[in-house]
Design a protein around this ligand. Structure first.
Ligand SMILES: [Zn+2]
Ligand SMILES: [Zn+2]
Length: 205
């Protein structure tokens, strides 16, 4: 069983500031892992479909998911689905099982109506400049809420995740000398170029 509290300090260090959304990611991620009975993904054993989009509040949530599950944007097994919600479907590739966990709307609303948001974040004050006495209680609320008060934990379902194997096919661009992934570049007059250099030769590439 993974305990989200054991990841809070590391999560805040990685994330950069204290806020309630990153810890909510720890809670959701931990609940999904514990439901599936899986360990943190050292490689790509788990895939997390994270329903957030871009440019909206509480996207910090995704950092909590990445920290606790090890399904990260860097490894490619943390994937945004751009739905504008905070649900996460965690897939265990080794057993083809998945579960969706989401924070309860009431729990998110509680954080959102707090003065952390109304007096600071919505007025453009960065989270790192919000006094500890304001944000600490919010973090504690998220970390200490019972699963049944904070989370919607779905049932396990069968899910086969198919992906193309990662390509190792890279080349040095004949113009800029930088390494690039061949499928993103182009061959022009027998020479291999990266995407940016090929675009100079073939503008509508
Ligand atoms: Zn944050
Ligand atoms: Zn180039």
């Amino acid at each position: 069983m993974v305990n989200p509290k054991e990841w809070l300090e590391f999560g805040q260090k990685f994330h950069g500031h204290k806020c309630p959304a990153m810890p909510m990611g720890l809670r959701v991620g931990a609940a999904a892992m514990n439901k599936l009975g899986v360990e943190r993904a050292k490689d790509g054993q788990l895939v997390a479909f994270i329903e957030i989009g871009d440019g909206h509040c509480a996207t910090c949530f995704a950092d909590g998911i990445q920290v606790i599950t090890g399904a990260t944007f860097g490894k490619g097994n943390g994937i945004k689905t751009h739905v504008g919600k905070w649900g996460v479907t965690l897939v265990d590739k080794t057993t083809n099982r998945a579960v969706r966990v989401a924070p309860k709307g009431s729990m998110m609303a509680k954080s959102k109506s707090s003065i952390f948001f109304t007096e600071y974040r919505q007025k453009g004050i960065p989270a790192s400049q919000v006094p500890d006495e304001i944000v600490d209680s919010l973090v504690e609320n998220v970390m200490n809420a019972k699963d049944e008060d904070a989370l919607i934990i779905g049932e396990i379902f069968h899910y086969e995740y198919h992906e193309d194997p990662h390509t190792f096919n890279t080349a040095i661009c004949e113009k800029c000398g930088e390494m690039h992934v061949v499928k993103y570049g182009a061959k022009v007059n027998g020479k291999q170029y990266c995407h940016s250099c090929a675009k100079e030769l073939i503008p509508n590439l």
